[in-house]
Design a protein around this ligand. Structure first.
Ligand SMILES: [Ca+2]
Ligand SMILES: [Ca+2]
Length: 349
């Protein structure tokens, strides 16, 4: 017994020495080349539950369209305020840089509202996109972005591009920034809504088969000129999950907000029948999620989705330019349909 204890203690001490040694090594490496991370909280944040649609609008329409025409899928992008069962007041579908008038608006790659609709990759011009300076001695990186529906993109905590079209028509954007490695990209994606606080919209836009209570879906794809692409090496966390027949449909597994049993993509996703009585489950958004210091180590990995999952046939903003997105994957959190506000992050080393 005693000799076993002795050798066990010896192993433990040796183990501590090794751990300490690697911690010192890691901190040396961190000082030189990686962002210092804030401490991560292992306790998953608690949920906030809301029920029903809010009529309290704080913005009537964030969509501005310079050249509207009747054939366009032009939707009103309102912003509302919903009060949760615990009294928390939440902005729905999201509090955005667009609404606050922050940051550079997206430089159009394809935008029907601005009549910028290049027919193919050869017709796309990146020349007019301004370079956002992050590191004066860094390299200039050009990026291509499509979001279903809204994105805002930060590099090392600096807002570099704000989607000019929060809902529809579907647009795509070019971004340029000058930065040194390692750098951290953080993007908030929002699947916009017409039933405020419920994550539902009218779909299709018109016709006899229109469902007024359709849970839309999200998605984000990005390719940067240094080879960085969206894929499952990114982190992705969900903060707004709806519409739900019952808040219990969101099963927390650690930091994962799991709704896979509802189906992750259309058409298999189970559309709820609760309509205006549906619930939403929310999680508080960390204050510094944009920062390179934010520690996302407990967040789930991003999930990859196919063009078919996303339903890209209606997205010339993407389908016309396959060369520009080669190797990139559509990403989102675990559920493309029910997760409506997702933050995605990647540190490029
Ligand atoms: Ca958009
Ligand atoms: Ca949705």
């Amino acid at each position: 017994m005693s000799s076993t204890r002795g050798s066990s203690a010896g192993r433990t001490l040796a183990g501590v020495a090794i751990v300490l040694g690697s911690a010192v090594l890691a901190s040396c490496q961190t000082t030189g080349s990686s962002p210092q991370l804030d401490a991560a909280d292992p306790t998953p944040p608690g949920r906030i539950v809301t029920q029903g649609e809010t009529r309290k609008l704080i913005a009537q329409n964030l969509t501005t369209c310079a050249h509207p025409n009747p054939k366009m899928n032009l939707r009103v992008a309102a912003v509302g305020e919903v009060t949760a069962t615990d009294g928390t007041v939440i902005v729905t579908p999201a509090e955005t840089a667009l609404q606050k008038g922050l940051g550079p608006r997206s430089h159009d790659m394809y935008n029907e509202c601005d009549r910028i609709t290049p027919r193919n990759t050869a017709e796309v011009s990146t020349a007019g996109a301004p370079v956002i300076e992050i590191d004066p001695d860094g390299e200039v990186i050009t990026g291509y972005i499509v979001a279903d529906n809204y994105y805002e993109m930060y590099v090392n905590g600096r807002l570099v591009s704000v989607d000019s079209t929060p809902f529809t028509p579907f647009n795509s954007a070019i971004v340029k920034f000058r930065v040194k490695r390692p750098y951290t990209v953080a993007i908030m994606g929002v699947d916009w809504e017409e039933h405020m606080g419920l994550g539902m919209e009218l779909f299709p836009v018109s016709g006899p088969k229109q469902n007024p209570w359709h849970p839309g879906d999200g998605g984000l794809i990005v390719k940067l000129s240094d080879g960085t692409v969206t894929d499952s090496s990114w982190k992705a966390q969900s903060f707004y999950i709806a519409p739900l027949n019952d808040p219990k449909e969101v099963v927390e597994r650690g930091h994962l907000h799991d709704t896979t049993h509802l189906g992750r993509v259309h058409p298999v996703a189970k559309k709820p029948n609760c309509q205006g009585k549906c619930y939403a489950v929310r999680y508080p958004i960390p204050a510094n999620w944009q920062s390179p210091r934010f520690n996302d180590s407990y967040w789930p990995r991003a999930y990859e989705y196919t063009d078919t999952d996303i339903g890209v046939r209606n997205l010339p903003a993407y389908t016309r330019y396959p060369e520009l997105f080669e190797g990139a994957r559509w990403i989102w959190s675990v559920n493309l349909v029910f997760d409506n506000l997702v933050i995605m992050r990647k540190t490029v080393r």
